[in-house]
Unconditional design. Sequence first.
Length: 322
Amino acid sequence: MPAPDTDPRLLRAFLAVAGELHFTRAAARLFVAQQALSRDIRRLERELGAELFVRTTRQVSLTPDGERLLPYARRVLDAHAELAGALGGGSARPLLVDLNTDGMTAARVLARAREIAPECELMARFESGLTWAASEILAGRLDVSFGRAAGLAPGVRAGLSVQPVRYEPMALMLPTAHPLAGRAAIPLAVLSGTTVYAGAGNERTREWTELAALLFAAWGIGMAPPVPLAVGVAEFQRVMAKGGHPVLAVTDFPPLPGTVLRPLVDPVPLSPLTMVWRKGLRHPGLDALRAAAERLGREEGWLERPSGSWLPEGDLSVMRGL
């Protein structure tokens, strides 16, 4: 392929489509119209003199040339990020860190990292789901996020570095008047035949819903249907109250008025939390985040699995670094 002076915007468009393998979803990630995204991809293909995607009515896939371009596109965008940092008056640019939800494990990692490197500007973001955040990282609009890396598409994971952070025990969020709210813990067998909400229909949190689907299938639990995407605590409470279903969560999920959080047991289902960032990213704030996760993990046993816990083998492999 020739090596023209390629606009980084075109490379971001390419990485978004390569990550999603779907033009509509990629356009949504980039906040552009699908027609504009298609034009950018066609322009990039013309400039490079190569077809990058095979498009059919059913699917989108990378061509061999598209596969070859992937690592180069990522390195070019990483270099642009490093250049932006180098011109920031001698100090690193702010690092954009997605916490998904405030008040949980990722927020504690961020707080410790700020103690380790007070000279760094670590800016919190709340993207609500690693599926969404990962595409933002590859597009250069985020730097770091947390979540279930095993649930990401292979093409997306290939562009990310992954560090295991914690095995988070799962829990059930219940209205205070729910019949199960009086229990100290809820055995999974008790939920057989019950319908539980786990983000179905929310494209931002596909990795979480897929993990829930595996758990629910093993224990005869029904998946609650999609609800409108709620932004903010008050809207989330309103939508959940309207549906009336218990909500799958983790044990350190921030408490909401009118609800109780009860751990799931027999066995304890785990949510595998990882920290992810774009391959090749170098930033002192990232170093601080990695150190913070490691220290907190040692201090509190975050990577020690409870005896008899539940977690799919694919997630265990990612958490073990295999």
